[in-house]
Design a protein around this ligand. Structure first.
Ligand SMILES: *Cc1c(COP(=O)(O)O)cnc(C)c1O
Length: 386
């Protein structure tokens, strides 16, 4: 038997069930295909263009440029591949360091590892759940120095090549302040925008603010195409190189196969791009629907003494996953057992990266906020409501 939960948390589970108007299992985030998905998929099959070349890939990239305002968009087979390629494009290589947040999905750190680079963990802000500009600034002042060849970590002797903040659950982090700090230190800023399609800082779309941004279209994200990703940038050289490297570095020619360097087969199949186009057409409706759900949770929480995690001021969140902050780890665990036991799916935030075997040797700044949040954050059902 699990520990009892307080009446306010029992009421929260009832409320989630009411929101979704269902007596069945309520998932955390289910995809919904309510537009042209079937038509575009059939069109792909009829055209025989189901693989890595096709009109939907071009359409998807054009839609991503339009949505994010970035000048270049490169489709990839998933968000992890997009992040990996963004790191390559930023010049991250063997033995470099990449500063990121410990509160993230493991893909951020996996992508860093694929480049044989080392993640370094700096704390997050409690309000944004994203990398803290103050903590980044403190870490760099304490450990870094600028040399002609870039920014170096005096403690490890390694180059700090990039910084990868993440827009947690769609809440935009303070990317402007991070950008300023990274510019001062000569560090490339790459946004892990996997969760933040449709999230804005002021008028600017997340992912298109730093040097490069990476999006995911995995099955559980705000918009899905089965599996897919996208790199965005305003840098012409990087945009073109990104397309080239993700498509096997093949030189354009009507029939000859010539590749000018080691490239990657990170292409998004046209089938998946077709799904993505149909989903992106519905993005405004999806975002409005999710915003309304978040507002309802927020109202319930305000009236029932539960801390709802709201978008930071000056930003607009896509509210990919709604989140609440419980009193402590014991209350969190009791709530997780209670809600999941009743078929209302909830989950804790990811295990902090520096506590996982693969990243246990990473250098860390002080991480009090990440540790505090990791004990208390719980995600609530957040699918689009019918
Ligand atoms: C989903 C996600 C990714 C990776 O995306 P995939 O498409 O699953 O490879 C990367 N970073 C974060 C923060 C994510 O949530």
């Amino acid at each position: 038997m699990s520990a009892p939960v307080s009446p306010r948390l029992e009421a929260l589970v009832d409320f989630a069930r009411e929101l979704y108007g269902s007596a069945d299992f309520i998932p955390l985030h289910a995809p919904r295909f309510a537009g042209n998905e079937k038509q575009y998929l059939l069109d792909c099959i009829d055209s025989t263009f189901v693989s890595s070349v096709g009109a939907y890939v071009d359409c998807f990239e054009a839609m991503m440029r339009e949505i994010t305002g970035a000048q270049y968009a490169v489709a990839t087979m998933n968000g992890t591949a997009a992040l990996h390629m963004a790191l390559i494009l930023a010049g991250v290589t063997d033995g470099d360091e990449v500063i990121t947040q410990p509160l993230t999905f493991v893909a951020t750190c996996n992508a860093i590892s694929y480049q044989r680079a080392h993640p370094v963990f700096v704390d997050v802000d409690r309000l944004t759940l994203g990398l803290s500009p103050a903590a980044l600034s403190d870490f760099l002042s304490e450990h870094a120095e600028r040399r002609d060849a870039g920014c170096y970590n005096r403690t490890s002797g390694r180059r700090i090549a990039a910084c990868v903040p993440m827009h947690t659950f769609g809440l935009p982090c303070d990317v402007d302040a991070l950008n300023t700090i990274c510019a001062e230190w000569g560090i490339a800023l790459i946004e892990d925008a996997a969760e933040s399609l449709g999230s804005y800082v002021g008028e600017r779309h997340t992912g298109a603010i730093g040097r490069l941004g990476a999006f995911s279209f995995n099955g559980n994200k705000t918009v899905t195409c089965g599996g897919g990703g996208c790199i965005v940038t305003n840098d012409e050289r990087l945009g073109k190189l990104g397309k080239h490297l993700t498509t096997t570095a093949k030189q354009a020619h009507p029939w000859a196969f010539s590749h000018d360097q080691v490239g990657y087969n990170y292409r998004l199949p046209n089938l998946n791009a077709a799904l993505a186009c149909a989903q992106l057409e519905q993005l405004p409706d999806i975002l409005a629907n999710k915003r309304e759900t978040a507002a309802r949770y927020a109202t319930f929480c305000a009236a029932n003494d539960v801390k709802f995690v709201a978008e930071p001021s000056g930003t607009r969140s896509n509210y990919w996953l709604n989140a609440v902050l419980l009193e402590d780890e014991a209350e969190r665990d009791a709530f997780l057992a209670y809600s999941n036991g009743l078929g209302v799916m909830t989950r804790p935030v990811w295990q902090l990266m520096q506590t996982m075997p693969a990243f246990a040797l990473a250098q860390c700044g002080p991480l009090p906020n990440a540790e505090w949040l990791a004990e208390r954050l719980v995600n609530l059902p957040s699918s689009v409501r019918l």
